[in-house]
Design a protein around this ligand. Structure first.
Ligand SMILES: [Zn+2]
Length: 129
């Protein structure tokens, strides 16, 4: 099973390493697919390597929304399941318009998650502090 892990680029390693290990223990993926950005993308690849799981990293061809969008769609195409790890809101002014919620900070991973769901992939949102 190929598991995509995406999420907030602002995520610190210590914030998500516990969740990443839990996901890997539960899903036992053959491969981790991600986007090569800072934050969750990079942390997921590091934890995959520590667990000796193969990785497939899709870098954007251009650093603009078209480039990111194409990269995100490649990730979706490549994976069987997708986890989106986001930062739980600590203030009242956060709003994720992809999920229509104030419970977590919006991230590019949210867009990817919604698109993946539309395409029939199994997806999961994980909110961490
Ligand atoms: Zn969201």
């Amino acid at each position: 099973m190929k598991l995509a892990i995406v999420g907030s680029s602002k995520m610190k390693y210590q914030q998500c390493v516990g969740e990443l290990q839990k996901i890997i223990n539960e899903e036992k993926p053959d491969m981790i697919v991600s986007g090569g950005a800072e934050g969750v993308d990079s942390h997921a690849v590091l934890v995959a390597k520590l667990n000796e799981i193969k990785t497939n990293v899709f870098q954007p061809k251009t650093k603009d929304w078209e480039g990111y969008k194409d990269r995100n769609l490649e990730i979706i195409k490549e994976c069987d399941r997708l986890y989106n790890i986001v930062i739980k809101s600590q203030t009242d002014d956060q709003y994720c318009y992809h999920h229509n919620t104030k419970q977590h900070e919006r991230s590019g991973g949210c867009w990817t998650e919604i698109k993946a769901r539309e395409q029939g992939k199994i997806v999961k949102t994980i909110e961490v502090l």
